[in-house]
Write a protein that binds this ligand. Sequence first.
Ligand SMILES: Nc1ncnc2c1ncn2[C@@H]1O[C@H](COP(=O)(O)OP(=O)(O)OP(=O)(O)O)[C@@H](O)[C@H]1O
Length: 254
Amino acid sequence: MMTNYNQNIVLRGTNLTRRWGGLVAVNAVNIELVKGQIHAVIGTNGAGKSTLINLLSGEIELSDGQVELLGQDVTHRPQHQRARLGLGKSYQRNTIFNELSVLENCRLSAQANFQHPWKFWQDGKSCQSSNEKAMFVIQKTGLEHIMHRPSGVISHGQKRQLEVAMCLATNPQVLLLDEPLAGMGADETDRMLNFLMEIRKDHAILLVEHDMDAVFKVADVITVMVNGSVIAHGTAAEVKENKDVKVAYLGEDA
Ligand SMILES: Nc1ncnc2c1ncn2[C@@H]1O[C@H](COP(=O)(O)OP(=O)(O)OP(=O)(O)O)[C@@H](O)[C@H]1O
């Protein structure tokens, strides 16, 4: 799993381990994210998927292991530094300012990425780069028709799209997506999946998702976790046929 150095590996986690007291939530996991690929992590409830994503983003400290981002060891770098280096994360919890418009939320995210903290409280409209970036991600995510609406009144699916748009506005090379399809209807799910497939060529994407149909549709590579450990890794077809996956995850007899 950790042997292919020819591909464009953007993020590499080695021996990632997180203990909570006696519980090993993530146990010696190796994972590589490659530009141009959607890498899904699936597993039963409590398998360690969210913890894994948080270890990669720097939100949770490792008990053991190493994280390399674009060739740099970022194991001991905090989340904001990893973000600045190109690691973007879309959160399961809502990070949207409801009273601001869709455009303003994107503009704020873009602004946070330009390294002028003393300008943060300036009127965002005056920052041309942030404006351009915000418009770019809004067009990419298909949110143009609602860009002037207060974010609090848009639909649940549109909020999830906005979260991904805000994440994209920070110019990430790697996108860590924790259940981006949660609570979405069929149309919104399709739109989001098409969008992910469209942006895949420019990013390395980690997708933690419970919707198996969606995962099997878009994932180039799938890692399967059970009780903190990786039990299988491969293409959708390989994972579907894997005996351990059938037993442990899909609940089938061997
Ligand atoms: N802050 C914490 N303190 C103690 N235990 C935790 C903490 N966070 C997670 N855990 C435990 O670690 C294990 C992995 O949790 P995690 O949320 O990563 O799983 P998951 O695969 O994302 O689950 P789900 O699919 O239900 O979101 C679980 O047993 C959980 O109870």
